[in-house]
Design a protein around this ligand. Sequence first.
Ligand code: SAH
Length: 365
Amino acid sequence: MTSELGRLIARRIALAGPIAVSDFMAETLGHPRLGYYRKALPLGQAGDFTTAPEISQMFGELLGAWLAERWQAMGRPSPCLLVELGPGRGALLADALRATRAVPGFHSALQIHLVEINEALRDLQRAALPGFAPIWHERFDDVPIGPILLIANEFFDALPVRQFQRTPGGWAERMVGLTDDGEMLRFALAPGPSPFGALLPQAAEPGASAELSPAATGLATAIGARLAENGGWALLIDYGRDTSGLGLSLQAVRSHRGVDVLDRPGETDLSAHVDFEAVAAAAAIAGARILGPVGQGDFLRRLGIQWRAETLKARATPSQALAIDAALDRLIAPDQMGTLFRVLALGDRASTLPVGFSDPPPDTP
Ligand code: SAH
């Protein structure tokens, strides 16, 4: 038994033929009525996954300090657009803004622009940011022109990927088609080589597989061009890899458990590892300066997360102190989010360089 969206996709395939994995992913996540990110509350403890700003207030607080420092490095522009892509429940910005209240002139310069397709999450974001009057957009391209500070945490991993398999005749695209009885979705290879094959390693052995995300590189180009032209900085944080390579990473999660990618479309979260080499290259070609990617653990330690944890613990009960240490460990430990999650900064060429990318981490308290 598939989902309502699964039946819609199957009907479309029956009428018009197999679709690219990227089209399947875009429908699954973004279908106007039945898409996973259109429906109520995908994330949080009760949802399908938990993100860094939901783990601890320290994450948003430190990113807030980084943004305020970048605003100063940009020459304190006013207005300055503070853009978040996919703000979820709004915790990151709420923590970032609370932590930067005392920075003279910062808040009065900010215009908050949120790129979000989920109506229920927009309501939570409004409630999390009282007094800031955010403006919502469906797409980054709709954000007005101006100096920008941008944050995207676990956003690029939701952008559609295309998948390919090497055959003796070249790279063929992996498609979503139907089983012989026409009832179920299944993967199948497109006949003949794909023009995208020109972008993939030519020396790969037959049977090798690879992914490309034109949506991710297209967005990186758009952001990079804005930063180069109007000034600004962006932080992209996601799980992913530093260099493009072979292999498939698209995965499906429902209720904190891995499930089959084709299982019940619209009811499972699909995400793929971000190819940071491709994203950085696209932004660089558009004119942006690139820093990183570095591990989330190194980045947060350079921003002083261990000192922040000590400060919070000084005012905490013993059980709260244990929770702070546990959250710190989840965010920075190499076997938790510290290494798999990467932080990439994009910026203009006029400002000084930001902290977090090559400076040595401060001594551990
Ligand atoms: N940044 C948040 C949420 C990450 S989940 C956090 O770290 O907690 C992904 C977020 O992006 C959600 O808010 C989701 O509704 C939004 N989203 C996903 N795909 C989107 C798209 N194509 N356009 C705009 N928003 C999208």
